[in-house]
Design a protein around this ligand. Structure first.
Ligand code: RP5
Length: 163
């Protein structure tokens, strides 16, 4: 997507992409410039720390981090950046994603991760849009208007079924 990325979508493995692509799709729907990277807390720890340390200077404003199993990526990234981090628990073959959920949501005080539901990558993308919409620049004004329209459309989808 054109423009300096404002949102970084990262995941522990390319095997997470079938879940995580919904986050990127939501950002694309709102024309939010974003980047997608595979970064593993366990397999590429230095890459993870470099990514977190340079994120602000590269222009990122929100990071969406998805991982499965022993899902340490969102929390570790949150510990190494001041940006808001949205965690996506990716469900794997065993334990129905409960391992991923608990690994991401049970953060120690002082290091927040905004955790969405298991597999909830679309909501992660929408939450990133809302985070940007909370600003006071032209982009925020535009995103607030578009989010209001999105919500009205969502409501209409339900009400139209009452015929
Ligand atoms: C986690 O291990 C990744 O986020 C992924 O969900 C899981 C399995 O990774 P692969 O073995 O499929 O590469 O770190």
């Amino acid at each position: 997507m054109a423009g300096t990325p404002l949102v970084g979508v990262i995941m522990g493995s390319d095997s997470d992409w079938p879940v995580m692509q919904a986050a990127a799709e939501a950002l694309t729907e709102f024309d939010v410039p974003h980047e997608v990277s595979v970064i593993s807390a366990h397999r590429t720890p230095q890459r993870m720390l470099d990514y977190a340390a340079t994120a602000v200077d590269r222009g990122l404003r929100v990071i969406i981090a998805g991982a499965g199993g022993a899902a340490h990526l969102p929390g570790m990234v949150a510990s190494a950046t001041v940006l808001p981090v949205i965690g996506v628990p990716v469900p794997l073959k065993y334990l129905d994603g409960m391992d991923s959920l608990l690994s991401i949501v049970q953060m120690p005080a002082g290091v927040p991760v905004a955790t969405v539901s298991v597999g909830g990558a679309r909501n992660a993308g929408l939450l990133a849009v809302r985070t940007l919409a909370a600003g006071s620049d032209d982009l925020a004004d535009d995103l607030r208007a578009r989010m209001a329209q999105f919500q009205a459309d969502l409501e209409r989808l339900v009400l139209d079924k009452d015929k």
